[in-house]
Design a protein around this ligand. Structure first.
Ligand SMILES: Cc1cc2nc3c(=O)[nH]c(=O)nc-3n(C[C@H](O)[C@H](O)[C@H](O)COP(=O)(O)OP(=O)(O)OC[C@H]3O[C@@H](n4cnc5c(N)ncnc54)[C@H](O)[C@@H]3O)c2cc1C
Length: 342
């Protein structure tokens, strides 16, 4: 009988397991190696380094915002960092006991324990923890809510771009993230990412992609809880999930050590649930924007770029929403497309 049975040795599962490693745990991973395949652009803000070692491939001092043929820079020193995602995951897994090539199949909730079946056998545990990513199989034991997924594709390409700036294209949301002066990660989130990804001339080093869950979910039920992408703890506008996932794993780890894990769902929601709710609203508005709306939005951020450079927070998208709401010139646009008025 285990204290905790953890499904998924991604960054979130590994971070959480490090925190509770004094308990009797089993951590399973369906792949044969940590950190592979990489399905990530690896762009994070400074705050994640409150939890993990500050190691990165490249430092970012701002973004070029593009719309149609026009673009302008938003500059802030050290606003983001580009990770070597494979190494990031491997560092988090250091010294953990992980059962590789073991896949969670299903679970049964008994009176005083949970029965868990994998491709290797049957186990019993007091708690079951779903850190099994976007297409979590543990999720259905906690919530029946239907998940919204964003689709994404990314190529790593030999392509020259200013080394310490990223480029963001507004619709469909796409990015150029330099690893260094010669290699960039170029990706897109859209309904048809294969069609919408524009890869420039240059040797293609690798291709990846995947689903990004967005939404606000219940994350604890009957001694089963979800963390990271399994819990949909991602930024609904851009799909970034590393910071919220690690932060939630930290909260869950602390509560487990204090024997208060039953508070997990309400605690993480108290700390950053509103960011996800506001992000969902912003995503609905974004999806309803037509070309004219998008042009107005682009011109607004271009005109207000000083304010945005000073006060926007990479990990708190509500900061941008606040600037929009505080400017009467954006009200007609927001009123026209806000989900609140449908
Ligand atoms: C193209 C793309 C670009 C992205 N770019 C960024 C970015 O720039 N910045 C950012 O912050 N986030 C980004 N994200 C999101 C980020 O990658 C995720 O939020 C992050 O990986 C979530 O970590 P996790 O540990 O919760 O899940 P995962 O990293 O998905 O790990 C889950 C683990 O569980 C294992 N697993 C799944 N099912 C089972 C099972 N049944 N049995 C056993 N094991 C199982 C998987 O093999 C995997 O190892 C991006 C995502 C995509 C798709």
């Amino acid at each position: 009988m285990y204290d905790l049975f953890i499904v998924g040795a991604g960054p979130v599962g590994c971070y959480f397991t490090q925190k509770i490693s004094e308990f009797k745990y089993k951590l399973i991973e369906e792949h044969s190696e940590i950190g592979k395949p990489v399905q990530c652009a690896g762009l994070v803000g400074e705050k994640i380094f409150r939890y993990v070692k500050k190691e990165y491939l490249n430092k970012i001092d701002g973004a070029y915002i593009h719309y149609r043929k026009d673009y302008f820079p938003l500059r802030r020193k050290n606003v983001a960092y580009v990770l070597d995602r494979e190494k990031f995951d491997k560092d988090l897994a250091t010294d953990l006991e992980i059962s590789f090539k073991e896949r969670f199949i299903d679970a049964r909730i008994k009176k005083d324990r949970i029965e868990i079946r994998t491709n290797r056998g049957l186990y019993y545990s007091k708690y079951l923890v779903g850190c099994d990513g976007a297409c979590s199989m543990v999720r259905k034991y906690v919530t029946e809510k239907k998940i919204k997924y964003l689709k994404s594709i990314q190529y790593t390409v030999e392509f020259k771009h200013e080394e310490n700036m990223v480029s963001f294209f507004l619709k469909p949301f796409s990015w150029i993230i330099p690893e260094n002066r010669k290699i960039c990660r170029i990706g897109v989130i859209s309904n048809d990412p294969l069609r919408d990804l524009h890869v420039p001339e240059g040797r293609i080093i690798s291709r990846t992609g995947g689903l990004i869950p967005v939404g606000f979910l219940k994350t604890f039920r009957d001694n089963i809880f979800l963390i990271g992408d399994a819990a949909s703890q991602t930024k609904p506008l851009t799909g970034g999930g590393l910071y919220y996932g690690i932060k939630a794993a930290d909260i869950a780890g602390d509560l487990f050590l204090e024997d208060k894990i039953y508070k997990y769902d309400s605690e993480w929601k108290k700390l950053f649930g509103n960011q996800i709710k506001i992000g969902m609203m912003a995503r609905k508005i974004y999806e309803r924007m037509n070309e004219t709306d998008m042009e107005k939005f682009y011109n607004f951020i271009k005109k207000n770029r000083k304010k945005i450079e000073e006060s926007c927070d990479f990990d708190k998208h509500s900061s941008l929403f606040k600037i929009l709401l505080s400017s009467p010139e954006t009200w007609p646009l927001i009123l026209k497309i806000s989900p609140l008025f449908y």
